[in-house]
Design a protein around this ligand. Structure first.
Ligand code: TMP
Ligand code: ASP
Length: 246
């Protein structure tokens, strides 16, 4: 399957048409932005890591009953996905206070919640992705009540599965952002990516940040952090290079 015309270029990915009208190719870039594009940079090797990590996690989520856009990994940076129209909601699940939650409510980072929280923001760069609730999303006709129910159910399921999975890698899943899409028949599936760009990962023992916060907050060691998460993931899968001498 090869790339035809480019349909879209986002901050971290490009999307291409294919000869099959129901399939797209996404291509992951090393470009990184933060604060709605105000901060720009490059994270060497990020595209390769995010592509592979996202694909591994989506395949695992499928096995746990969460449908996704994933079809097949084509190369280091490129993946064949089902064509979806993205529901313009960023769906954020939090297990521990951090980032905009800590700032908004004036609390420290690191408070472990009794139960995960969910919040939505309106995916709209011009408006800076404003926070909204279910009623606002319905008023703006961003999704139907049934779609929002499905999205919430899948999002909490993703949290359950990923939290346990990362714990096994000695990583605390602090929070993450998901995006969902509609297939041509209206079915809701998980889309976009799941990566250190879209999740907060803290080392369980040291609390060290292993995600894009290293870039957002100029903490250094950005590339190393992405590689460390990938190393733990592939170690678990037994996907070590086959030509490696023991
Ligand atoms: P926040 O605390 O800044 O709201 O971020 C919550 C989670 O969402 C965090 O894991 C990072 C992720 N995220 C994105 O994937 N894209 C974004 O544009 C933002 C602001 C956050
Ligand atoms: N990628 C997002 C942006 O540029 C923000 C982020 O992930 O912090 O706005």
């Amino acid at each position: 399957m090869e790339k035809l015309q480019q349909l879209y270029e986002g901050k971290a990915k490009k999307v291409y048409a294919t000869a099959d009208e129901n399939l797209y190719i996404v291509s992951y870039k090393d470009d990184a932005t933060a604060f709605n594009g105000l901060k720009k940079g490059t994270i060497a090797g990020k595209g390769v890591i995010n592509n592979r990590m996202s694909n591994m996690l989506m395949q695992m989520l499928e096995q746990h009953g969460v449908p996704t856009h994933f079809v097949r990994e084509l190369s280091d940076r490129e993946t064949l996905v089902k064509k979806v129209s993205i529901v313009p909601l960023e769906v954020i699940i939090r297990n521990i206070s951090a980032g905009s939650f800590a700032k908004r409510y004036g609390v420290e980072e690191g408070i472990v919640f009794d139960a995960p929280t969910i919040e939505f923001s309106y995916k709209n760069d011009d408006l800076g992705d404003p926070l909204l609730n279910r009623y606002h999303a319905l008023a703006l006709k961003l999704a139907t009540p049934e779609e929002i129910d499905t999205i919430e159910r899948y999002a909490f399921k993703v949290n359950e599965v990923l939290k346990a999975y990362f714990l096994d890698l000695n990583i605390t899943l602090v929070d993450f952002k998901l995006e969902f899409g509609r297939l041509p028949d209206g079915t809701i599936v998980l889309a976009d990516e799941i990566s250190p760009d879209t999740c907060r990962f803290w080392d369980k023992d040291t609390g060290e940040k292993l995600d894009k916060d290293r870039f957002r907050r100029d903490l250094g060691g950005v590339e190393d952090a992405y590689q460390e998460v990938m190393r733990r993931l592939t170690g678990k899968q037994g996907n070590r290079p086959t030509n490696r001498r023991e």
